[in-house]
Design a protein around this ligand. Structure first.
Ligand code: ADP
Ligand code: MG
Length: 394
């Protein structure tokens, strides 16, 4: 068992808190602050408990000097300050005198936020490459490390794995909730367990499909992925998205798991990837050369309804059609509606899947909507998260 912040004493200590504040920002304005709100519980617990909190986070990918303008954490520090109704001292550096002075001036309950950890990537990928000297520097600023950045738990960066290997450490409430919810759905689900996998590329999800087939009662495959399966089975898929490198994989897993894998039986095909396209509902073995599969069909949706209504646990990652284009969004919308009414325990992850939830008005208290697409996928693959393994045990 990993230590969490209720297992450690931190009053008066300098706590380095890694958050995932990688929020979407447009023209300097945060367009979705879910990730900031998700760590408030941890920050307030530390704040009211008298810690001196030094917040680290990355934001975007920093590849050249010009990216620094786009990816400063300044707007994040302002938003956090509003949400907490407290001062958050922002230091526009990742190291140096200003950082050390701000840290040394802290009183119990104070919050200092450093600049985007990935600014260090301009200097030989020090953050993303988990540079030891950088990790040592950051670790030297604090007494205890708390990781609440679930979204980067699957990465081995200086600001998470690096610092955690040098200081006593614990996880925050967000990481604990994410890990507990996802682990219990994977390892100890109320059955039937239905895993729904959609999205664009099979190759992104090979590991997830394999692990899902081990643990689930049914695996529903939607989005663009069925077309690679159909091609493997010798059907004409027209101009549908096919992941040629995964054809052999699809052929093998389908042969071995015919009764568990549920592929669509009918689909919506379109003349082009635009909302102006002509569309047609067709059985999957009657797709023409010039047609592209863009959504699941009505017969498929009623089969999904039957399977989902008997499920006691549902894990969903990846939209089941090109839902960004209104004409192709019916399947994903219907699925979101089915899940809204479901009494099953649900785990939902993936940036585009969450966008679909928001777009179609999802609301269900049985659902755990994960803040970390990549990290939740790696858990679904059955992998260990490096950011978690390194945390001190109880
Ligand atoms: P998530 O972000 O939830 O993990 P992915 O990134 O794997 O999901 O996949 C999302 C993308 O898959 C969406 O942009 C969606 O348009 C696309 N997609 C879904 N169905 C199809 C399809 N039939 N053809 C092409 N793209 C599709
Ligand atoms: Mg995506």
């Amino acid at each position: 068992m990993k230590k969490n912040i209720t297992d450690v004493k931190f009053k008066g200590l300098k706590v380095i808190l890694r958050c995932d504040f990688n929020v979407p920002i447009k023209d300097g304005v945060i367009t979705d602050d879910t990730r900031i709100k998700s760590s408030l519980e941890t920050i307030e617990f530390l704040m009211y408990g008298g810690a001196k909190i030094i917040i680290l986070s990355h934001l975007g990918r920093v590849k050249e000097e010009a990216d620094k303008l786009k990816y400063s954490l300044l707007p994040v520090s302002k938003r956090l300050s509003e949400l907490l109704n407290r001062e958050v001292v922002f230091v526009p550096y990742t190291r140096g005198n200003e950082v050390e002075t701000a840290v040394n001036n802290m009183k119990n309950g104070d919050i200092v936020m450093l600049e985007n950890t990935r600014f260090e990537d301009l200097d030989g990928k020090k953050e993303s490459g988990n540079d030891l000297e950088l990790a040592k520097y950051w670790a030297s600023l604090g007494d205890l490390f708390v990781n609440d950045a679930f979204g980067t738990m699957h990465r081995s960066h200086a600001s998470n794995v690096g610092i955690a290997s040098l200081l006593p450490s614990a996880i925050g409430f967000l990481v604990k909730k994410e890990v507990d919810e996802i682990s219990s759905a994977l390892n100890n689900p109320r059955r039937p367990l239905v895993v729904m996998l959609g999205g664009a590329k099979v190759s992104d999800k090979i590991g997830v499909i394999e692990n899902a087939l081990k643990i689930a009662d049914y695996v529903l495959i939607g989005g663009a992925m069925p077309y690679t399966f159909y091609k493997a089975l010798g059907y004409n898929v027209g101009g549908s998205l096919v992941d040629d490198a995964s054809i052999d994989f699809c052929k093998r897993v389908y042969e071995e798991n015919k009764s568990k894998i549920i592929l669509p039986t009918d689909v919506v095909v379109a003349s082009s990837m635009t909302n102006e396209a002509n569309t047609r509902l067709t059985s999957v073995n009657m797709i023409n050369n010039n047609e592209i599969g863009v959504d699941v069909g009505v017969a498929t949706l009623s089969e999904y309804k039957r399977i989902l209504s008997s499920a006691n646990t549902i894990i969903w990652n990846g939209p089941f059609g090109v839902f960004e284009i209104p004409k192709f969004s019916n399947g994903t919308r219907k699925i979101v509606e089915m899940l809204s009414l479901s009494k099953a325990k649900m785990i939902i992850g993936g940036g585009d899947s969450i966008a679909a939830l928001n777009q179609f008005g999802f609301n269900n208290k049985n659902a755990h909507v994960s803040t970390g697409g990549g990290a939740s996928l790696e858990m679904l693959e059955g992998k260990e998260l490096p950011g978690l393994s390194v945390i001190s045990d109880v």
